[in-house]
Design a protein around this ligand. Sequence first.
Ligand code: LLP
Length: 443
Amino acid sequence: MAEPAYLPDDPDPSVQDLIAARPHLRMDAQAGLMFDGVPLARIAQALGTPVWVYSVDTMRARLAALKTALGGLNADVHYAVKANDHLAVLKIFAEGGAGADVVSEGELRRARQAGIAAADIVFSGVGKTAAELRLAVAEGIAQVNIESPAELATLSAIASAMGKTMQVVLRINPDVDAGTHAKITTGRADNKFGIPYADAADLYAHATTLPGILPVGIALHIGSQILTLAPYRAAYRRAADLVRGMRERGLMVDRVDCGGGIGIGYRDDAGASPDGFAGVLRTTFGQMGVRLLIEPGRWLVGPAGLLLASVVLTKANGRFVVVDAAMNDLIRPAMYDAYHAIVPVSPVDALASVRTSDIVGPVCETGDTFARARALPAVEAGALVAILDAGAYGAVMSSTYNARPAAPIAMVDGGRWTEIRPRQSHKDLWANEHVPDATTVWN
Ligand code: LLP
């Protein structure tokens, strides 16, 4: 299943249209493709390829735009750390006034390491361990999003034993289809996430009786890469109805964590509009006297990153273009049939005549394909290409499959750039491996 709102046989946008749709990109007649004022060829030359490039200006601008859209609402942004957890990225969002939504001990520790206050951190996830809950309580984070009765009981026991009270929201499953890819839909009754809608009020009432727990509201997150407002409207209406019903029962509910999921344009479309999203929040919750939290990841960081790759060779008369990045670097096309725009970096290549190719990586799997039957200016061996909109769920989902070291990361800021993570060495790949020999102590 392809990502929504596009038909699989929609024509590929031209390089000019792809660039025009992205204010952070510009094709300079001499320097080639520029990312927020920095020629990408310069970074590739210095660091080699494949290499990730993130732009601070784009991240800042997107957070600012989102906050402007939320104007007048009692709403706080908690950046979904899973989308891109580099410490430098977390720091930018923290400086911009966002908190963090974390889903593991590792993300919680990263957020704290990046300087995000515990009071600005919420903890989501369907299977938090006792150790993770203990850390959340010890750190004194803002809120734990509870996804099951078992988790509620565990947290109550942990927090009360530590002499602490933890604020919780119950993540409900609104049974709404977000109309996105099946692997990233989370709000349907048959998904593993959340507490069944019909059980939520009773569990909330029960939570008010538990030691170490202060229930303050509800949460929901229906999926990712959502491009239309209808699923949000439906899910938030269900949430608002639930809050009203709970209040009628005398329960105190004053927080709704609305999750993330705002989609971006991966072709030459604009993606979802934060104004439209904010409008739904306003219409649904504006008069209810609740504090809102939102947990966007992709929308903030997706367009702010790209993956630079070099063409290794072409074969079958250009039917296949083999690049030096692969599915181990960016797995989204292999995993979700995701569309990522690909543009040549050289101004000369950008003007080459268009041909239809499969853009593939060198990994020994047919799924290692960035684009199938893509109309693209003909690029030959040595050419640089930029795989766009890879700032979210890019480097964080990388692996070292085929013994391919993690690619380096560069960051662009105000027309300058710097390396924020070096290329992993081959030695790093086996540094922690022990090969049993005659001296090995076996247990
Ligand atoms: N809140 C919760 C509870 C989530 O599970 C997620 C994402 C978010 C917020 C942020 O969603 P966003 O605003 O980024 O859509 N790897 C997939 C996406 C997985 C999303 C998982 N949960 C992809 O590459 O498309």
